[in-house]
Ligand binder design. Structure first.
Ligand code: ZN
Length: 513
């Protein structure tokens, strides 16, 4: 007979309905699976066959045909093991078809019949909730994330045997431990640990408040990494909707960290400069989210930014522009969200000692020029703030930090964010100054006469492009928001001008001294 089991598959981070049809007909014993990606067919057949036999069920010698509809989309992954196994049990008369009514099944099977965790469970759960299924049957390891779709009934039997027993009894056990693993992480990094560096801390506060991309420039050992790592501690907590998006992306990528799941702390990703383009942006034969998507709603930190191959760095331009990554495939395009704050760190020159008062730099001007040019102009254009991080003086190092705690800084950041949310309320997807249209902001934000004059004079003197001009204005807007001031004043423009990108090789040297 023909069995039909509800399941789901993923495109990007969205799930869609898949119906697993199983037919067991008399004939030569053989399995055909239609609708799975080629490589997955044999593996699935072997796993499901072994799981059924090892769980004490029969696999009668029939001609078994499995169709994963819609068949024209090649599905990858092992999450169809469970629906295929259940379908075979119905098709071979070992389980009543009525037991499956309105229920959705996903999960990989171990050879012993155990249910094993899958990628993308939250996406499937949210889809199941929208489709109003009576229950989602899934592996126990996926319950903590799937239970974020809170109104959905989940069932997570240990193995195939337990599931079939419950289905035969007509009573699915609701999954236990729905939220046990949603504990805050023990991460206790704090800005108060950073000695000195008041100017850099201030710059990161501005960046956090306005969502601005930052390049930290300074010699090795100045504490650039230490500063960047503390950025998530001053960013506002994720909203529930943002958190769901972040969990869904990390789950699809198979890197979900259960200890940070419920905390609302924004992601911080720090890929090494040897990363491939596909690793950073996303892609591969089976498309996966890249680091830019794993950093969605959080921070992408590129240490030694100029050591990344230029073509890899230039791949950042499109996601930075569109806040998402689109990976084209033969049959369909996969898209992943990628709205992140970029923090780059770089030495000022190849030897790293430019601007360091204690040591001399022997780099030739041409070498410095070539080094800086690794950051292409279009990418540099998308970095609102360039911040010089000097070496900490010895007498400062021995002293205790006198700076604010992360909680105090975050409170100020949140105030600034509230003003921005109000300002951009009618623009979908824009929550802070960094993402605003420069021209719109220019005509919709009050600027004092003196501040306007200062900005215009600076623009002329520094030959700022329109983009450069708007960049200064956006940063000044954020600085005024932090001060809870409606009108941008001279001091706000003045500070914003200090963060303007260095365009000539000796700029950093001059500003650092
Ligand atoms: Zn040097």
């Amino acid at each position: 007979m023909l069995a039909s089991v509800r399941s789901a598959a993923l495109i990007g981070i969205d799930a869609y309905d898949v119906i697993v049809e199983v037919d067991a007909a008399p004939g030569l014993p053989q399995w055909t699976i239609v609708g799975l990606a080629a490589g997955a067919v044999k593996e699935s057949r072997d796993r499901v066959g072994a799981a059924l036999l090892n769980s004490g069920f029969e696999v009668p010698p029939r001609r078994i045909t499995v169709n994963l509809a819609p068949a024209d989309v090649r599905k990858e992954g092992s999450a169809f093991d469970l629906p295929i196994a259940v379908g075979i049990l119905v098709a071979t008369g070992q389980l009543e078809a009525g037991a499956l009514l309105d229920r959705m099944f996903v999960g990989e099977l171990g050879l012993d019949g155990r249910l094993r965790a899958m990628r993308g469970a939250l996406s499937v759960a949210r889809h199941a909730l929208r489709q109003k299924v009576a229950a989602l049957v899934l592996p126990g390891g996926n319950v903590p994330e799937a239970s974020r779709a809170s109104a959905l009934v989940l069932s997570a039997p240990e193995n195939l045997n337990e599931l079939v027993r419950q289905l035969r009894d007509g009573m699915l056990q609701p999954a236990a431990g729905r939220s046990e693993s949603l504990r805050p992480s023990g991460d206790d990094t704090d800005f108060v640990d950073v000695v000195g560096q008041q100017a850099a801390k201030r710059a990161l506060e501005v960046a956090a408040a306005g969502g601005h991309n930052v390049l930290l420039i300074g010699p090795p050992g100045a504490g650039k990494t230490m500063l960047a790592r503390r950025m998530p501690t001053i960013l506002p907590a994720l909203s529930e909707e943002e958190a769901l998006e972040v969990i869904a992306i990390h789950s699809v990528a198979g890197v979900l960290d259960h200890t940070t799941l419920g905390t609302g702390i924004r992601p911080f990703r720090a890929p090494h400069h040897t990363i491939s383009s596909a690793g950073l942006i996303g892609g591969g034969p089976l498309p996966r989210p890249g680091e830019v998507s794993l950093a969605h709603q959080g921070v992408l930190f590129l240490d030694e930014m100029l050591e990344f191959p230029r073509h890899v760095l230039d791949g950042l331009r499109q996601p930075m522009e569109d806040a998402r990554v689109v990976i084209a495939r033969a049959l369909h395009a996969v898209s992943y969200p990628a709205r992140f704050t970029l923090i780059g760190a770089s030495n000022p020159c190849p030897c790293g000692l430019t601007g360091d008062g204690h040591h001399g730099c022997n780099c030739a001007p041409g070498d410095i020029e070539r080094y800086r040019a690794r950051l292409s102009a279009p990418l540099a254009d998308r970095i609102d703030m360039h911040v010089v991080v000097g070496a900490v003086a010895l007498n400062e190092l021995s002293g205790k930090s006198t700076g604010d705690t992360s909680a105090t800084i975050r409170a100020r950041v949140e105030v600034a964010r509230i003003q921005q949310r109000r300002r951009f309320a009618k623009f979908k997807g824009i929550s802070c100054n960094a993402f605003a249209n420069g021209r719109w902001l220019d005509s919709h934000t009050p600027v004092s006469r003196e501040a306007r004059t200062l900005l215009q004079n600076a623009a002329e003197r520094l030959r700022l492009s329109a983009r450069g001009y708007h960049r200064v204005l956006k940063v000044a807007r954020t600085i005024a928001d932090l001060a809870e001031v409606t009108e941008i004043g001279v001091q706000h423009i003045g500070e914003a001008l200090r963060y303007r990108p260095a365009t000539r090789s000796h700029d950093v040297e001059i500003r650092a001294s």
